[in-house]
Design a protein around this ligand. Structure first.
Ligand code: GLY
Length: 258
């Protein structure tokens, strides 16, 4: 069974953290509708969705991906680089503990899940304003016993690694080279987002469908021509909070532990 963990939209989302965008008005009612449509899309794919209620004081909590790395054998609860986001991990850890044994990133290490792109036993990890070298090293030592290893990727122009690049399966990534340094991805085929569609590098690959943000029509056409089965989700209001498609859920296989 595929599970997704999400978290409701805070009425104070407009006060969210920002790293590379200027603050824009956020229509929270519209953000809620887009978030609900996302939840519905996951359910339509047969995914069992758990939504942790919103906490008005945790403006960035809907970006639940940043709070944990869920692997087959364990879940690692992160220590977010944004101090305002650290309290988000409590409710997420409570839910994940039903599915996986937990380990934790401890300060001074910082790590956010938006910086982690897993490809089998390799984890590409953004070295970003939210994830530091200690965070990458701590994660490596927690997961090395299970055969995983990490590869740092400098994030140069955006919030997280996955804001600027995601793996499409097989040997291919889609990237925005203005936002990440792709040097560590050598050996992969790199597809570039359309020049006017910087957000298109954050894709969500679920059940043989590659979801892109609705703001990516040119990139979508390019991927369709290459044979990908694409679909879109509208997240314009959430993008004002620097959110991508991946960050609104933690998706993992598994059953409740006995
Ligand atoms: N607003 C998303 C973040 O900064 O974490």
């Amino acid at each position: 069974m595929l599970h997704a963990l999400m978290r409701g939209i805070s009425p104070e989302m407009a006060r969210c953290e920002l790293t590379f965008l200027d603050r824009a008005n956020i229509n929270t009612a519209l953000a809620e509708r887009q978030h609900e449509a996302y939840r519905q899309r996951l359910e339509d794919l047969g995914i069992s969705v758990t939504v942790i209620p919103a906490d008005p004081l945790l403006e960035d909590a809907p970006f639940v991906e940043d709070t944990a790395i869920v692997l087959d054998e364990l879940a690692v609860i992160t220590h977010p680089g944004a101090a305002s986001r650290r309290a988000e991990t409590t409710a997420v850890a409570e839910v994940l503990s039903r599915f996986r044994p937990l380990k934790r990133i401890e300060p001074p290490a910082t790590l956010e899940g938006g910086d982690v792109m897993r490809i089998d036993r390799q984890l590409f990890i953004g070295l970003s304003s939210r994830t530091n070298r200690e965070g990458i090293e701590q994660l490596q030592s927690l997961i090395a016993p299970y055969g995983y290893h990490v590869i740092p990727v400098p994030v140069t122009g955006c919030l997280h690694l996955k804001t600027g690049g995601t793996w499409l399966g097989s040997d291919t990534w889609i990237v925005n080279r203005r936002w990440i340094d792709t040097t560590p991805l050598r050996g992969y085929r790199l597809l570039d987002v359309a020049p006017d569609e910087p957000w298109a590098a954050n894709t969500l690959n679920l059940r043989n469908t590659l979801f892109l943000p609705a703001s990516s029509p040119q990139t979508r056409m390019m991927l369709d021509r290459l044979g990908y089965n694409t679909a879109i989700m509208e997240i314009s209001e959430l993008q004002k909070a620097e959110a991508g498609l991946t960050c609104m859920s933690l998706i993992f296989e598994g059953a409740v532990r006995g």
